[in-house]
Design a binder for this molecule. Sequence first.
Ligand SMILES: Nc1ncnc2c1ncn2[C@@H]1O[C@H](COP(=O)(O)OP(=O)(O)OP(=O)(O)O)[C@@H](O)[C@H]1O
Ligand SMILES: [Mg+2]
Length: 362
Amino acid sequence: MARVRLEKVRKIYEESGRDQVAVHEFSLEIADGEFVVLVGPSGCGKSTTLRMIAGLESITSGTIAIGDRVVNEVAARDRDIAMVFQNYALYPHMSVRENLGFALTLRRMPREEIARRVAEAAQLLGLEELLDRKPRHLSGGQRQRVAVGRAIVRQPQVFLFDEPLSNLDAKLRVQMRRDIAALRRRLGTTTVYVTHDQVEAMTLGDRIVVMKDGRVQQVDTPLGIYQRPANTFVATFVGSPPMNLVRGRLSAGAFLSESPGLRLPLPADAPRPAGAEGPVVILGLRPEALQLRAKGQGAFAARVEEVEPLGSETLLTLDAAGVALTVRIDGLVLVSRGEELEFAVPASGWHWFDGASETRLT
Ligand SMILES: Nc1ncnc2c1ncn2[C@@H]1O[C@H](COP(=O)(O)OP(=O)(O)OP(=O)(O)O)[C@@H](O)[C@H]1O
Ligand SMILES: [Mg+2]
């Protein structure tokens, strides 16, 4: 195992004579044994970053170190990392056993050691019964397990995963996600995991790196990202349905929406953006922060425009004085379209962002 350090790592691709920056000055220290998830929309530079760590892509500038060794000039095969891809491409003519051991055979490892490591990985992944099968006789989930097994047998310093679950159906993804979490607890190997799935990011990562357009937006624990998003992009990218954002101003202890006319009185103990009486701010409210209140008890009223029952919870789209808000309420509460309801937001529910830079205030 090893720590991984990226210092001002950049990647520029040249495309038809023009420079395209895929990754801007990416800096991150990944601790020994830590599980870090890179998450962000398509094209934000996740795979490029991972491939630079792996040595599959050269870096334009900056430093990458694995353990105490700077690996900028070290070939991929000498970096002591193992990577699992979305398209894991097992060797179709080889059995599961041969697929698992192949990388070790290439390295001329003694037969007994290969057999020992393959047996260990198969046991860890529940593949023991399948060792003599060919990949075409495996389910998608089993194939994905073999792909992970091929990485495990190498006992690398670092695991790199690039969207390893995106070819699986929803149910299998949940199962494999738990298996990867369990594996991680067993092995404790330093891991960098790329996904665009925020649930995978939240459930697997010790820390999450949110990226957009080749730039790091925030690095924090899953709950840190959820509870204190650094800007409006992170606020709406993590969390489903996304955080409601409303532009407006603070005046005399209340938030007034820019248009048309929502007025939300702030609880006395709610956080206030420093010195922000006057300039435009963006108020962020998570769907669960808006709490249903009995008639006459709420801080504001709103009309129900849409009702989406999901079983345990129900999502409402509200019209609050012309402002559309998404709200999550208990699934047992029956609500109809057109109904007038009252809501309040507790002190912990108020997020503030700068109206111009869209970065977090307070
Ligand atoms: N070989 C290449 N040549 C030129 N541009 C590239 C190359 N590889 C990637 N890019 C560009 O670099 C940017 C980042 O791509 P990257 O594959 O890292 O994104 P990603 O975050 O992994 O996206 P996805 O979620 O779609 O896999 C994109 O704009 C992409 O078009
Ligand atoms: Mg990618």
